[in-house]
Design a binder for this molecule. Structure first.
Ligand code: C2E
Ligand code: MG
Ligand code: MG
Length: 266
């Protein structure tokens, strides 16, 4: 029922600009300064009220609408970065989430190239977050080869590539070995487990080290407490994202927020 209802209203919602881009800052753990942000959608539906992504992203993935929707989010972020650059304002890299469906989408690379050409942003201004599950069955060399090709081409266009929710699936090490990703985003569940078990802690410590040795930027998601932040610093993890630092905020508020380096103005 939910699926049917959402399907009936999603197209009009996109046209009526009911999807709002929120940005959640990413922090450098050592200096507590903003090093980037992630774009997260919020749906202010005229029919169903305010909705969080957890209630509709899976439906959009199921009916394929997510493809169109992700381009909308990406263009919003490219527009923001272009505008700030043109106005001579400070910018930080901003990431958008990319559904796993894009890897198999026809003409994905052509569409991404067209967007890159339209905004002509310097490399690294826009990051793409892909989850481990985006790469399908890594046992099959054909799929593996295709994933490597897609990642390399996106990087040539100037997009940075981030592996989202790292450690939440089962194929993490095979992916790391094969895919030239720029950023490792460690899933919140690994951090929570590390607080509870010395074994999980040891794994997390070595995962951070491994990511850094592979030349990746390592960031941990879901930092909620000062104890977790302290732990990250101890692990040498240079970036964190979570409610401790800042919650996702409407895109319009983000400009003021970075001008003040995340401190609430007095
Ligand atoms: P994600 O990409 O892993 O995003 C991180 C999620 O963790 C966000 O949930 C964020 O609000 C939440 N979070 C941030 N800090 C904390 C914290 O300290 N503690 C806890 N417990 N959670 C924290 P959100 O905004 O509800 O988004 C959920 C998921 O929906 C995202 O997970 C992403 O997979 C998906 N999503 C959101 N926007 C888009 C989009 O534009 N396109 C696609 N394809 N997926 C999206
Ligand atoms: Mg993400
Ligand atoms: Mg994540």
């Amino acid at each position: 029922l939910r699926e049917k209802r959402l399907k009936n209203i999603m197209g009009a919602a996109l046209q009526n600009r009911e999807f709002q881009v929120y940005l959640q800052p990413k922090y450098r753990t050592e200096s507590e300064t903003i090093g980037g942000a992630e774009a997260l959608v919020r749906w202010h539906s005229s029919v169903m009220g305010d909705l969080m992504p957890g209630t509709f992203i899976d439906v959009f993935e199921h009916n394929g609408f997510i493809l169109r929707f992700d381009y909308y989010m990406l263009e919003k972020i490219c527009q923001l970065q272009r505008q700030r650059l043109d106005d001579g304002q400070k910018i930080v890299p901003i990431s958008v989430n990319q559904s796993r469906l894009h890897i198999k989408e026809e003409n994905y690379l052509d569409k991404m190239q067209r967007i890159a050409d339209r905004y002509k942003l310097p490399a690294g201004c826009v990051e793409l977050e892909l989850t481990e599950t985006a790469f399908g069955d890594f046992e099959q060399s054909e799929q593996r080869g295709h994933a490597v090709h897609v990642i390399k081409e996106l990087k040539k266009m100037g997009y940075s590539i981030s592996m989202d929710d790292f450690g939440s699936g089962y194929s993490s090490l095979a992916l790391l070995q094969t895919l030239p990703m720029d950023i490792m985003k460690i899933d919140r569940s690994m951090l929570v487990s590390a607080e509870e078990s010395p074994r999980a802690k040891s794994i997390l410590r070595n995962i951070v080290d491994l990511g850094q040795r592979l030349g990746m930027e390592v960031i941990c998601e879901g930092i909620e407490t000062p104890e977790q932040e302290k732990f990250l610093l101890e692990l040498g993890c240079r970036y964190g994202q979570g409610y401790l630092y800042a919650r996702p905020m409407p895109m319009q508020n983000f400009a003021d927020f970075i001008e003040n380096q995340g401190k609430t103005p007095v």
